[in-house]
Design a protein around this ligand. Structure first.
Ligand SMILES: O=C(O)c1cc(=O)[nH]c(=O)n1[C@@H]1O[C@H](COP(=O)(O)O)[C@@H](O)[C@H]1O
Length: 287
């Protein structure tokens, strides 16, 4: 699908609708942009803001017109202070201009008015870091996310709420029981299911569910996207997606960072790595 079609038909649609269209057009792969120091080294770049910029724009130039979704990891930009955040801003603008969707992975979460500040920074189209969706943390209570939910609805943006994360420490809190007997992860998934209840195909309020969790008893059918990190470097594979997600697999957004970025700096090698990953996930997710 050309960028013109994505832009003209889609600009005013909710995030979930835009996400489905982008994945239909370009395949489901989400490329994580995580400029680790060791990756800058392996690309022959210095561990400076200039190195960060060369790395990030190298990924953008190679992949922006062919990958549906990107997930820059804010931590690796914040590491360089305001100069690093400026690279994140520029990369987000360039990716979106090329018709890709951008999920900024900042895992924000705070009380009402502070959450509203994060929401206006990342989700409002007038915000300096305006993106298509933001990762958020529900551990101050699902209701504490309301200002971000409101801003996302207003802006046609999306959220990805941590539910069953890929790291081994996650179950300590996520499997704990809440006062009503559901697990913490289950309460998050229920909250998202309610938010997406009226969406036709794919709602705009997603869950983060790691590809490494092997299986879960939770109901992942939330009528919204399921961001699945943990692929490649953390051991998850295309086959793990069928096992973890079962009947919800069609709504998975498979996200991989180091596995793809390690192929650089050569643009063709990056494109080949992304195409291989996209083909593997396409086959499993039914695209
Ligand atoms: O929200 C995320 O994206 C996330 C959630 C999670 O449960 N596990 C997880 O690894 N992530 C992020 O996904 C990326 C994984 O990178 P790779 O392991 O290199 O593919 C990192 O930016 C993590 O912060």
């Amino acid at each position: 699908m050309s960028n013109e079609i994505l832009e003209s038909d889609m600009r005013n649609k909710p995030f979930g609708t835009r996400l489905r269209a982008a994945m239909d057009a370009r395949g489901p792969l989400c490329v994580g942009i995580d400029p680790h120091q060791h990756l800058l080294d392996s690309w022959g770049l210095p561990d400076t803001v200039e190195g960060l910029a060369s790395f990030t724009y190298g990924v953008v130039d190679a992949l922006a017109d062919r990958v549906a979704v990107f997930k820059p990891q804010s931590a690796f930009f914040e590491r360089f202070g305001s100069g690093g955040v400026a690279v994140l801003e520029q990369a987000t603008i360039r990716l979106r201009e090329a018709g890709a969707l951008v999920i900024i992975d900042a895992k924000r979460g705070d009380i009402g008015t502070t959450m509203a500040g994060y929401a206006s920074a990342y989700l409002s189209e007038k915000g300096p870091l305006a993106c298509d969706a933001l990762t958020v943390s529900p551990y101050l209570g699902f209701g504490s996310l309301q200002p971000a939910i409101d801003e996302a609805l207003e802006a046609g943006a999306g959220l990805f709420v941590l539910a069953l994360t890929s790291n081994p420490e996650g179950p300590q809190f996520q499997s704990a029981r809440t006062a009503d007997g559901s697990t913490v992860a289950g309460a998050v998934l229920n909250g998202l299911r309610e938010l997406n209840a009226d969406a036709d195909d794919l709602g705009s309020f997603g869950a983060v569910v790691g590809a490494t969790i092997s299986s879960t008893d939770e109901d992942l059918n939330i009528n919204g996207p399921l961001l699945a990190p943990g692929l490649g470097a953390q051991g998850g594979t295309a086959d793990s997606l069928t096992k973890v997600f079962g009947t919800a697999v069609r709504n998975v957004v498979p996200s991989s960072s180091r596995e793809i970025l390690g192929a650089g700096p050569d643009a063709t090698a990056l494109q080949d790595a992304a195409a291989r990953a996209n083909d593997a996930y396409r086959a499993v997710l039914g695209y």
